[in-house]
Design a protein around this ligand. Sequence first.
Ligand code: 5GP
Ligand code: ZN
Length: 112
Amino acid sequence: MCLFCKIASREVPAKILFEDDDVLAFADIHPAAPTHVLAIPKRHLASLDDAEPGDALLLGRVLLAAQRAAREAGLAASGYRVVLNTGRDAGQSVAHLHAHALGGRAMAWPPG
Ligand code: 5GP
Ligand code: ZN
């Protein structure tokens, strides 16, 4: 089982912020912004590049979990960034699809 599957199964502890049958949102262990949440599908999917048309609803749920966590952190008015690092060049370090929701400070564009 991968690290985020272990978080989903509670084998590895995390600060859980939201969960339903299909998705989980939890605090990033090394926050890169005042709010930094990860939203994942509970079912293992290695990356966005492994998603198929049949995963469309699940992907939408992951995004809505990121939205919910950001809203609950009070970021709706100031804004927030949602990122899915996908593969080596993007710096994906955990091979279980995750959407980062970052906010609480102004951010630069383009990312490094
Ligand atoms: P990536 O680099 O793959 O886009 O993002 C992986 C994220 O997972 C990083 O921001 C990293 O801080 C976070 N992370 C890595 N290990 C753990 C962990 O054990 N618990 C939590 N909550 N976050 C983790
Ligand atoms: Zn996994």
